[in-house]
Design a protein around this ligand. Structure first.
Ligand code: B12
Length: 279
C-alpha cells in the first residue's frame, strides 16, 4: 500500500502535541489545562490524594459509573456517607460550577456532573437509611403551558448539591397545582421558569393566585424569554439569570432573612441589572 500523502507532515503536526489542545477544531497554543488544574478548582477540590479527591474528580468529569463504584467502595471501607457527600461529591460539583461560571464548562458538562453527583448522593443516602438533612424546602417548576425544563432541572441540581431539598413540580405546572403544593410544602422560596413569550405571562397569574391564598413566599422568575423589568411588574417576585445563583438566593432568605424586595435591591449582580422595557 502506498504511503499517505500527509505522512510527511506527521512530525510537523504531532511533534509537540502535548503543548497543543485541540477543541472544536480550534488549536489553542500552550499546554492544555486539565479541569482539576484550574486555579479556582484547585482551591475547591480536596488537596490530599485519597478517596475524597478521587471521588470529587469523578463528579468533575461527569463519570457516573466510576462515581457509583467509588462511593460503594468507600462506604464498604467504612467512610462516613455524610462526609463523602459534603467533602467529596459536593466539592466536585462546586468545581464544575466554578468552571461553568467562567465559561469553560458547558451545559452537557453540568448535566453529566449533576447526574454523577446525585447518583453518588443516593447511594450515600441508602447507607444512611434516611435522607440527609436539608437546609430548607425550595419549590421549582416550569409554568403552565411551558415544556422547557432544562434550566429548571439545573436549578434542582444546584439546590440539591447545596443542601437544599428541592421540591420539583416538573414542567407545564398548572397555577392551581403551584398553590396547592405551596400550601402543603411551605417552601422558603419558589422558582418559576418560562421560555416562551406566550407562557411568561403566567408569572403574574401565579402571584395573584398565591396572594389570594395568603401565601407570600418569594418567587424567583427566569427563563430564556424573560427580562427583569417584566418580572418586576408583579410583587413578591425577583428576576434570576443563572440557575447556579438559586442556592445563593435561598441562603440570602434562610440565613440573612432577606425579603424579595431586599433581593431586588441588594443583589443586582445576581438578578441582573435593570433594563428598560424592550429598549
Ligand atoms: C430545547 C428547546 C426545546 C425542547 C425542550 C426540551 C426540554 N426538556 O426542555 C423542545 C423540543 C421540547 C421544545 C419545544 C418547543 N419550543 Co423550544 N426551545 C428549546 C431551545 C433550543 C433551548 C432551550 C433551553 O433549554 N435552553 C437552555 C436552558 C438552560 O435555559 P433556561 O431554561 O432559560 O435556563 C437558564 C436561565 O434562564 C436560568 N433560569 C431559568 N429559570 C430560572 C429561575 C431562577 C429563579 C433563576 C435564578 C434562574 C433561572 O437558568 C438557566 C441558566 O443557568 C430554545 C432556543 C434557545 N436557544 O434558547 C427553544 C425555544 C425556547 N423554543 C421555542 C418554541 C417556540 C418551542 C415550541 C412552541 C416549538 C413548536 N412550534 O412546537 C415547542 C413547545 C411546544 C409546547 N408544548 O408548547 C422558542 C420560544 C420563542 C419565544 N420567545 O416564545 C425558542 C426560543 C426557539 C426560537 N428561537 O423560536 N423546545
Amino acid at each position: 500500500m502506498s504511503e499517505s500523502p500527509l505522512a510527511k507532515y506527521n512530525d510537523l503536526i504531532f511533534d509537540n502535541y502535548e503543548d497543543i489542545a485541540v477543541r472544536y477544531n480550534v488549536k489553542i497554543e500552550g499546554p492544555a489545562l486539565k479541569p482539576e488544574d484550574d486555579p479556582e478548582v484547585v482551591e475547591i477540590l480536596p488537596k490530599e490524594e485519597g478517596v475524597k479527591r478521587s471521588l470529587a474528580l469523578t463528579v468533575l468529569y461527569g463519570d457516573k459509573d466510576e462515581c457509583d463504584a467509588q462511593v460503594e467502595k468507600a462506604l464498604e471501607a467504612g467512610e462516613d456517607p455524610i462526609d463523602l457527600i459534603n467533602n467529596a461529591l459536593m466539592k466536585g460539583m462546586d468545581g464544575v460550577s466554578a468552571l461553568y461560571t467562567k465559561g469553560e464548562f458547558f451545559l452537557p458538562d453540568l448535566m453529566l456532573a449533576g447526574d454523577a453527583m446525585m447518583s453518588g448522593v443516593a447511594i450515600c443516602e441508602d447507607k444512611l437509611g434516611h435522607k440527609s438533612e436539608t437546609k430548607a424546602p425550595v419549590m421549582t417548576f416550569a409554568v403552565e403551558g411551558d415544556p422547557h425544563d432544562i434550566g429548571k432541572n439545573l436549578i434542582v441540581m444546584f439546590l440539591n448539591a447545596n443542601g437544599y431539598g428541592a421540591i420539583d413540580l416538573g414542567r407545564d405546572v398548572p397555577t392551581a397545582e403551584v398553590v396547592k403544593q405551596a400550601q402543603e410544602n411551605k417552601p422558603v422560596l419558589m422558582t418559576a421558569t418560562a421560555l416562551m413569550t406566550t407562557t411568561m405571562t403566567e408569572f403574574s397569574k401565579i402571584v395573584a393566585a398565591l396572594q389570594e391564598a395568603g401565601i407570600d413566599t418569594p418567587i424567583g422568575c427566569g427563563g430564556g424569554a424573560v427580562r427583569r423589568d417584566f418580572v418586576e411588574e408583579s410583587p413578591q417576585t425577583f428576576y434570576g439569570v443563572e440557575a447556579y445563583h438559586v442556592p445563593k438566593l435561598a441562603d440570602a432568605i434562610v440565613d440573612d432573612g432577606k425579603t424579595w424586595e431586599d433581593i431586588r435591591n441588594e443583589y443586582s449582580d445576581i438578578v441582573g441589572e435593570y433594563v428598560a422595557a424592550y429598549s
